[in-house]
Design a protein around this ligand. Structure first.
Ligand code: ATP
Length: 314
C-alpha cells in the first residue's frame, strides 16, 4: 500500500477522478502504466487493418490484497466480433476492460491479443491498437479540433472533418461560434455528456484501431441521443473486435455475443435472441431475460410518467 501511496498522492485530484471508471482511459493508461510499474513488453503488436483476436483464459483478478473481483473468466473473440458485457453493478465489467487495456495485470490466467500475452506487448503498441470510448471523456482545454485530432495527431483536416461527421458532431460544430476552432473544456464551451462521447467516437474513427472498447455512461442520456450514439458506435466498431460494457441492455442487443456477469463470473452467454428464448449457455439461464423484462417495465413507467403536451387536456 505504501508503495502505491506516493504515486496516488502525486496524482492527487486527477487520479481520484480517474480511478473508479474509465474516465479518460488513454490518460489513465499512461499514468497507471508508469506509476503502478506495469512492466512494458517487448513485442510490437502488428498494426494492420481488420480486427484483432482477443482471448481471456481463466482470468482472475483482485485489487491489491482484496477479494477476487474476477473469478475464472474465459472469453474468445475472433477478429471483427463484438461482445456486450452486462450485469449488476460491481460484477466486474469495467475491471475486465481495464485488464484488456493493461491498466492492471491479471492476478492469474492470461489475456492475449492475436496470440500474444498482453504482458509481452509494448504498451504503446497495445494502446495504439485499441480505441476507448470511456464513460466520461475528459476534454483538453483546447479547440474541438485539437480534441478530436488527439485520436491521431498526424491526421489532416479532411480526415478530422470526416471523423467529426461520422461521429455526428456536425450539428454541434455548426452551432459553435468558431466551428471546430472553438475552445471547449473547462474554460471554453461546455459540451454535454453525449457530445463528449461523440468526441471520443470521432477520436476512435481517426485512430482506425483494431479493437474498440466502450464503457457506457451510467447516467441516462435521452433516448434520441442514446440511439444516435449507439449507431455511430456500431459504425466505428464495424470490422473491428469490440467490447461494449453496457448498463442499458438495448445497447448490446445487436452484438454478436452477450455475456452476463455476476460477482466476477460469466453466468450466462449467448446472442440476444438466445438469451431471450432460453437457448443460452451458463449457470444462470434466464438472468438476461429477467433483466430485459425489468428494464422494459422501467422504460414503460418512465414513458407513462412523462406528460406530453399532446396528452394534456385543455
Ligand atoms: P458498475 O456497473 O457499477 O460500473 P462494474 O460491474 O463495472 O460496476 P467494477 O467497477 O469492475 O464493476 O468493480 C468490481 C468490483 O471491484 C467492485 O466490488 C468494486 O468495488 C471493486 N473495485 C473497482 N475498482 C476498484 C479499485 N480501484 N480498487 C479496489 N476495488 C475496486
Amino acid at each position: 500500500l505504501l508503495q502505491l501511496w506516493a504515486p496516488l498522492q502525486f496524482l492527487g485530484f486527477f487520479y481520484r477522478e480517474l480511478r473508479q471508471s474509465l474516465v479518460d482511459m488513454e490518460a489513465m493508461f499512461d499514468i497507471m502504466a508508469t506509476e503502478t510499474k506495469i512492466p512494458d513488453g517487448e513485442i510490437a503488436l502488428p498494426a494492420h487493418a481488420g480486427g484483432a483476436d482477443l482471448e481471456l483464459d481463466n482470468v482472475t483478478f483482485r485489487y491489491g490484497n482484496g477479494r477476487d473481483v474476477l473469478k475464472g473468466v474465459s472469453l474468445k473473440l475472433k477478429p471483427g466480433e463484438s461482445v456486450g458485457i452486462v450485469g449488476p453493478s460491481g460484477s466486474g465489467k469495467s475491471t475486465l476492460l481495464r485488464l484488456i487495456l493493461r491498466v492492471y495485470d491479471v492476478s492469474s490466467g492470461k489475456i492475449s491479443i492475436d496470440g500474444y500475452d498482453v504482458r509481452d506487448l509494448k504498451i504503446d503498441s497495445l494502446r495504439d491498437s485499441v480505441a476507448v470510448v470511456p464513460q466520461d471523456t475528459v476534454l483538453f482545454n483546447d479547440t474541438l479540433d485539437h480534441n478530436i485530432r488527439y485520436g491521431r495527431p498526424t491526421a489532416n483536416d479532411d480526415e478530422v472533418a470526416m471523423a467529426a461527421t461520422r461521429a455526428r458532431l456536425n450539428k454541434t460544430i455548426e452551432q459553435m461560434p468558431k466551428g471546430r476552432e472553438t475552445m471547449v473544456g473547462e474554460r471554453g464551451v461546455k459540451l454535454s455528456g453525449g457530445e463528449k462521447q461523440r468526441v471520443a467516437i470521432a477520436r476512435a474513427f481517426l485512430r482506425e484501431p483494431r479493437m474498440l472498447v466502450a464503457d457506457e455512461a451510467t447516467s441516462a442520456l435521452d433516448t434520441a441521443t442514446e440511439q444516435g450514439i449507439l449507431e455511430s458506435l456500431e459504425d466505428v466498431a464495424r470490422g473491428r473486435t469490440a467490447v461494449f460494457v453496457a448498463h442499458r441492455l438495448s445497447t448490446v442487443r445487436s452484438c454478436d455475443r452477450i455475456i452476463v456477469m455476476e460477482q466476477g463470473r460469466i453466468v450466462e452467454e449467448g446472442t440476444h435472441a438466445e438469451l431471450l428464448d432460453g437457448t443460452s449457455r451458463g449457470t444462470k439461464i434466464g438472468m438476461y431475460a429477467a433483466m430485459w423484462k425489468a428494464q422494459a417495465q422501467e422504460d414503460e413507467k418512465e414513458r407513462s410518467s412523462v406528460v406530453k403536451p399532446d396528452d394534456m387536456v385543455m
